[in-house]
Ligand binder design. Sequence first.
Ligand code: TXA
Ligand code: MG
Length: 303
Amino acid sequence: MAFPTETVYGLGANAEDPAAVSRIFAAKGRPPSHPLIVHIGGAEQLDDWAAEVPETARLLAESFWPGPLALVLRRGPRVPFETTGGLETVAVRVPDHPVALALLAAFGGGVAAPSANRFGSVSPTTAGHVRAELGDAVDFVLDGGPCQVGVESTIVDVTGDVPAVLRPGGVTREDLEAVLGMSLAVPETSHVRVPGQHPSHYAPNARVVLVEPEKIVVEAEHAQEQGHRVGVFLPPELGGEPIDVHAVVRVPDSMPAYARGLYGFLRELDEQGCDLIIASLPVEAGLGLAIANRLRRAAGPRD
Ligand code: TXA
Ligand code: MG
């Protein structure tokens, strides 16, 4: 069953049922060693899922839930290893979407859910994207409209002495730092490795190449002349620039709008038959950090 959250659509199953959870891995084509996030209906349920809840976790939960933040904690006994990919820790979050919250309230338990896309591809931000990705592999899709955040949750590991950001996402580093009163390392600047984060991930069919913004037009037109069907993510500062390529996406000026649109833009250029997407990285602050992280992974080496 697929359902909407504020970040992306999730493919959900009872987090306590190993057989149900294994169906998620089958539908996604995802290796079973990749841990899932357990979605719960409220912060008061945190102790049902984690063996130990440090003060930092309570503070973050209180500040950002419901919202795009997943906390990694020590696994409580009711979480099967199928859900955690064999780890002794579990990721938990309370999604900020009325349909997701209604589902969790009606169910009462925890729903393990990865993004509802095939392994390695672009996450779905509409019910239509889920159908296009998973087809009959999913029995039904709850349609809650387009996701408002558009990139996945920020994952923070609170099991160590210092909280560690494992994946930048919908809650910004700046917001976390303001609440915690300390500066945080993020994956691009630290060597923290998230299990299940492959270099090539969030990738459309077209190859993605990242260039400096001032080189976009020249590089894109050159590749088009070489016979590629080029799609361009045209940054706002180049908005008026004429460009002769197969397809153009105008990148929104505001970071929330860019994050909301990002995965849809990648899908759009695939649908228009582009074989090469040329983009540049936004400034890596606020939501720009998560956007840049996804673009780098989309451009990462493929198997
Ligand atoms: O916004 C989101 O988080 C969406 C929606 C559906 O909630 N879900 C999502 O799930 O992005 P998924 O499976 O695509 O990504 C989950 C990430 C993976 O990179 C996984 O490695 C990490 O969470 N993760 C899960 N449990 C973990 C754990 N115990 N320790 C470290 N990382 C963990
Ligand atoms: Mg995913």
